[in-house]
Write a protein that binds this ligand. Structure first.
Ligand code: FE
Ligand code: FE
Ligand code: ZN
Ligand code: FE
Length: 207
C-alpha cells in the first residue's frame, strides 16, 4: 500500500504491529521455558497474555478505521527475535542466560513503545480518539513490561549473573595462585639444592 497520507501511514504501522505481536506470541512461550528465574518466567507468561489482548486491540483499531487486517511481515521484529534467539542459544541456562534474555526482551519492548507512541499520536491528530485510547492502553502495558524486566534484573538476575562470572574468575585466580606457590617453592628448593647438594638435573620446564 502506498503511503500517501498520515492515515495510510497509521494503517501501515498498525498492520506491521499486528504481525510484530503475532511473532511475539510464538517467541514468548519459548522465552518463558528457557528462563531460570521464576519471576522472569512469570513475567514472560504474563506478557504473553497481554500480547494476545494487544492483538485484539489492533484488530479493533483497524476495523474502527474501516480497514480489514491484512498480512504484512514486521522485519524489525523478525530481526530482534532472531538476534535474541541466537544470543540465548549461545548461553548456558542460568542467571547469565536470564540476563541475555532480558536484554533481548527490553529491546523488543522499546521497539513496541516507540511504535505505539507514534500510532497513538497519529490517531489523536487524525481525530480518532477511540483508536488512540486503545493504542494508549497497549503503550502502558509495554512500558509496564519494560519496567518489570528492569526490576527483575536489578533485584536478582544481574547480581547472580555477575556472581556466576566472578566464581569462574575466582577459580581462575586460585589456579593461578597455586601455580605461583609451586613455582616459588620450586625456586626455593633449587636455592636450597644449590647450597646443600648439587641439583640432580636442570628443570626441563621452560619459564
Ligand atoms: Fe506488545
Ligand atoms: Fe516495524
Ligand atoms: Zn515491523
Ligand atoms: Fe510487549
Amino acid at each position: 500500500m502506498a503511503v500517501d497520507s498520515l492515515r495510510t501511514h497509521l494503517v501501515e504501522e498498525l498492520t506491521d504491529l499486528l504481525d510484530a505481536e503475532n511473532q511475539l506470541t510464538k517467541a514468548l512461550p519459548k522465552m518463558a521455558k528457557a528462563a531460570s528465574s521464576t519471576q522472569l518466567k512469570a513475567a514472560f507468561t504474563r506478557h504473553l497474555a497481554e500480547t494476545r489482548k494487544q492483538i485484539t486491540r489492533l484488530d479493533k483499531a483497524l476495523r474502527a478505521l474501516g480497514e480489514r487486517p491484512r498480512r504484512k511481515t514486521c522485519e524489525a521484529m523478525e530481526g530482534l527475535i532472531s538476534e535474541g534467539d541466537e544470543m540465548m542459544n549461545q548461553t548456558p541456562a542460568g542467571a547469565l542466560r536470564d540476563a541475555v534474555m532480558i536484554t533481548a526482551a527490553q529491546k523488543v519492548e522499546h521497539y513496541e513503545m516507540a511504535s505505539y507512541g507514534c500510532v497513538r499520536t497519529y490517531a489523536m491528530v487524525l481525530g480518532e480518539p477511540g483508536v488512540a485510547r486503545l493504542l494508549d492502553q497497549t503503550l502502558k502495558e509495554e512500558k509496564a513490561a519494560d519496567g518489570k524486566l528492569t526490576a527483575i534484573a536489578e533485584r536478582s538476575v544481574n547480581e547472580d549473573a555477575a556472581e556466576a562470572w566472578q566464581a569462574q574468575d575466582e577459580e581462575g585466580m586460585m589456579s593461578r595462585g597455586a601455580e605461583w606457590v609451586s613455582s616459588t617453592f620450586n625456586a626455593a628448593a633449587r636455592q636450597l639444592g644449590r647450597t646443600t647438594r648439587r641439583p640432580a638435573r636442570r628443570s626441563s620446564k621452560k619459564r
